[in-house]
Design a protein around this ligand. Structure first.
Ligand SMILES: [Zn+2]
Length: 243
């Protein structure tokens, strides 16, 4: 099934490399759940949200990373991946490393999870994910359970273990730099670094908490932001979109 997968490359950022990361991730997923998934489309960013081209991610507080389009009419079931988000926070030199491979695999596993729900009736939800307050819809919880199980299998390989370990190291480093910026009163730099720290390792909830506080401090003191950043927060969306 992976051999028959069609890749549509519509991104400037690491298209070929991303295909390699995606193929590696798919090779770890139970082929039963890949049945009917025919296309992976690589884009720079989510075309449904033109704001992302100019809004600073650390102010919006989310990245799309990917989305799943179910089969409709002549359109096959498709996974769209947004490379600006996938490599967000990853130093360019590490784009080919297991660290980036692990982050791409995390998103691929999640989006295949949506396909497993939609096309194959996958419906388990793990206890741990049920308790995770960051996830606010049942479909997302089931996709997250699928992703967690797929990642567990991937992490039996040294490649993904190194990937996860280096992602944790990078995340911790970014968090320390963010804390330093915080103590210097530079909440903008702090929020940007803490947001990166969390996006590179979503288990780093200390980074997420610190980010929320520093972002709040910024929103209360818009003078710390540039004109375009202020303009953006003045009409920012209220809810957090889900990929
Ligand atoms: Zn999702």
């Amino acid at each position: 099934m992976i051999d028959g997968m069609r890749f549509e490359l519509a991104t400037r950022r690491f298209p070929r490399l991303t295909v390699r990361h995606v193929r590696r991730a798919l090779s770890w997923i139970d082929p039963r759940f890949l049945e009917g998934l025919e296309c992976v489309r690589l884009l720079d960013h989510n075309p449904a949200d033109p704001d992302v081209t100019y809004m600073p991610a650390f102010l919006s507080g989310f990245l799309y990373c990917g989305s799943y389009l179910k089969r409709k009419g002549t359109r096959p079931a498709t996974i769209a991946l947004y490379t600006d988000d996938l490599y967000f926070g990853v130093p360019q030199l590490l784009a080919a490393s297991p660290l980036a491979g692990f982050l791409v695999a995390s998103t691929v596993a999640h989006e295949v999870g949506h396909h497993a729900v939609e096309a194959h009736g996958f419906s388990e939800t793990s206890e741990e994910i049920k308790l995770n307050s960051f996830i606010d819809s049942e479909t997302e919880r089931v996709a997250a359970t699928f992703a967690a199980q797929a990642l567990e299998k991937m992490l039996t390989s040294p490649y993904y273990r190194i990937g996860r370990y280096t992602a944790q190291l990078l995340s911790n480093r970014l968090y320390v730099m963010g804390s330093q910026a915080h103590w210097k009163g530079d909440f903008k730099r702090a929020a940007a670094l803490e947001f990166r720290a969390y996006m590179v390792n979503t288990e780093n909830t200390d980074a997420w908490q610190a980010y929320l506080e520093d972002r709040q401090a910024l929103l209360k003191n818009p003078s710390m932001l540039s004109d375009s950043e202020r303009l953006w927060i003045s009409h920012r969306r209220v809810s957090r979109p889900i990929g």
